[in-house]
Design a protein around this ligand. Structure first.
Ligand code: C2E
Ligand code: CA
Ligand code: CA
Length: 245
């Protein structure tokens, strides 16, 4: 496949989307989202090529590339006086990769970046696919000082079990619930999720926040962090993000 050329020929880039503190509209960090600019086919979205990369095993190389790029970016921003943490998305296959944590640690040392500036986003599906090894993996990540987000919360299976067993810093409420918040039922689900997370000492991130109305509802529900097109789409250069005062 052409995908193996993507890394070698410099066709991958990271876009960044801000995560905003709902209290003061300050940026809390960014999520790094992978983009593949292919010469013949143009722009290919991650939903299209990540599954392929998982099948071929190329995902390990891709995740390493993302890690290197993201940690390098944190250190560049630090030199400009910006303290912005970066969250990267891990694939289900990455959780099986014992070398990944060692590699991450070596990058953090190399770029002189503190582990709290890095965050791993892990989906419920990825947790389900890895069984008992997940806890070990996440404990190691936690011990290193890297933050952990449970991504797409509510779409998987056994969501509540994970909350009880795993040490998670952030819970990301899936867009599908946030989008339907004007409907009474979804509204209650989002509200109850936020309350439950808070009871467990976990902060909440609402994904897919597109309107002022959504933001206001989430503020009333005491959600901690919001992410979505209302603030900014993912962009290649965070200096271009216009923040709402
Ligand atoms: P995700 O982790 O749930 O990322 C959020 C997706 O929602 C992103 O799509 C983002 O652009 C989009 N989004 C953000 N705000 C809004 C909004 O207000 N409205 C709508 N409709 N969408 C919004 P994207 O960038 O196409 O990424 C899709 C998925 O691909 C991600 O879902 C993630 O699972 C995966 N992915 C992206 N980058 C990577 C990566 O570096 N590694 C791995 N393993 N997976 C990645
Ligand atoms: Ca994510
Ligand atoms: Ca998500």
């Amino acid at each position: 496949v052409m995908l193996d050329k993507a890394i070698k020929e410099n066709q991958l880039t990271l876009y960044y989307q801000p995560k905003m503190d709902i209290q003061n509209n300050n940026i809390r960090g960014v999520e790094a989202l992978l983009r593949w600019q292919n010469k013949s086919e143009g722009f290919i979205p991650p939903d299209k090529f990540i599954p392929l990369a998982e099948k071929t095993g190329l995902i390990h190389e891709i995740t390493k590339w993302v890690l290197n790029e993201a940690i390098n970016k944190i250190s560049e921003w630090q030199k400009e006086g910006k303290n912005i943490s970066v969250a990267i998305n891990l694939s289900s296959k990455d959780i099986k990769d014992r070398q990944l944590i060692v590699y991450t640690k070596s990058l953090l040392d190399y770029y002189n970046v503190s582990p709290e500036m890095l965050e791993f986003e892990i989906t419920e599906t990825a947790i389900l696919e890895n069984g008992e090894t997940v806890k070990e993996f996440l404990d190691e990540v936690k011990n290193l000082g890297i933050k952990i987000s449970l991504d797409d919360f509510g779409t998987g299976y056994n969501s509540l079990k994970y909350l009880e067993e795993l040490s998670i810093d952030y819970l990301k409420i899936d867009q599908s619930f946030v989008k339907k918040m004007n409907r009474a039922k979804s509204n209650k689900i989002v509200k109850a999720t936020i309350n439950l997370a808070h009871e467990l000492g976990i902060q909440t991130v609402a994904e897919g926040v597109e309107t002022k109305e959504m933001l206001e509802l989430l503020t009333d529900m005491h959600c901690d962090i919001v992410q979505g097109y209302y603030f900014s789409k993912p962009v290649p250069d965070i200096n271009k993000i216009k923040f709402i005062a």
